[in-house]
Design a protein around this ligand. Structure first.
Ligand code: NDP
Length: 285
């Protein structure tokens, strides 16, 4: 293997340490930093994600508030739960765990979260601020990727970045962040309709894959020496794997994030970073 491994666990630990120290300072000033979650129904994956978020929050000294509604909850009950958390001073940030059960409108629930409590950075107001280049809580996954690049001194200014995937959760905000003033990559946003995807990806100095297809990107998609960021999280019989065929791509790439242990831990760490930033913002500290 020739590629440098970009260890997301190591970077996430550094982010958590910083957040823990900021939380301690705020607590010393009498400010409670709290992360709340709204979970609806019993989807096991969603329940696991929520549990991990509470564990993470507690590990950095935040309080955590767990609102769990039954799958039979109505839209107005979900909205009421969000409103109640919006009103609480001890809730600095919250997330509505998506997807909601069939029949409920997840986007409407996310829009109901006050933009000033939007720990996931997914409220349309905050996504709009990202488009405008104004400060806002940033979507956790692409924000975590930016932190990885910064941590490992990977400068993408003037480089060609190809982002495969255009979801509002990952691909689109990722492209915006890489192309922002001061970051200055030239960004190509690829998707399922992109012709000659391998040829497009092979141009990339930085390749970010956020598709959800196990091992889809083999070495033929990767320029020698490129930085490869694998967002894909696919549960297979062989365990958790990314979108990148890791073993063969690691022979070609200059640097690569593993799955697990790459982008995933950074997503969780970014949520904590957003939450403490919202607490500081709300209290003027
Ligand atoms: P979506 O399903 O919302 O988006 C997938 C994107 O991939 C779409 O834009 C789609 O294109 C594109 N795509 C699908 N098939 C192809 C193809 N054959 N060639 C090129 N592009 C294709 O997924 P998400 O963005 O929410 O998530 C993507 C992956 O990242 C998943 O594996 C998910 O589990 C993982 N993930 C990981 C996180 C982490 O913390 N590590 C956090 C969030 C997501 P089109 O728009 O044309 O349909």
């Amino acid at each position: 293997m020739s590629a440098r491994i970009l260890d997301g666990k190591q970077v996430a630990a550094a982010v958590r340490d910083r957040v823990a120290s900021e939380v301690a300072d705020l607590n010393a000033d009498g400010v409670t930093v709290g992360l709340a979650t709204v979970l609806v129904g019993d989807d096991p994956a969603s329940a696991t994600y929520v549990r991990m978020k509470h564990r993470d929050a507690e590990s950095v000294g935040m309080t955590s508030v767990d609102v769990h509604l039954p799958a039979s909850a109505t839209q107005s009950e979900v909205i009421e739960a969000v409103d109640a958390l919006n009103d609480r001073d001890d809730v600095s940030g919250m997330i509505v765990q998506l997807p909601l059960p069939d029949g409920l409108d997840g986007e409407a629930a996310v829009e109901r979260v006050l933009p000033t409590k939007d720990a996931d950075g997914l409220h349309p107001f905050n996504l709009g601020r990202l488009v405008l280049g104004q400060p806002a809580p940033l979507p956790a996954t692409p924000s975590g990727i930016m932190t990885i690049l910064e941590h490992f001194d990977i400068d993408v200014s003037g480089k060609l970045a190809v982002v495969v995937g255009r979801s509002f959760l990952v691909g689109r905000p990722m492209a915006l962040m890489l192309g922002a003033r001061g970051v200055d990559a030239t960004v190509v946003q690829a998707h399922s309709r992109t012709p000659d995807l391998a040829g497009v990806c092979r141009q990339a100095d930085l390749l970010v894959t956020a598709v959800g297809r196990p091992g889809m990107f083999d070495a033929s998609y990767v320029k020698p020496g490129a930085v490869v960021i694998d967002v894909g999280t696919n549960r297979t019989e062989d365990g958790l794997v990314g979108d990148i065929a890791f073993d063969e791509v690691a022979e070609v790439a200059g640097a690569i994030t593993p799955v697990p242990g790459g982008v995933g831990p950074m997503t969780r760490a970014s949520l904590l970073a957003n939450t403490v930033a919202l607490a500081r913002e709300a209290t003027g500290r």
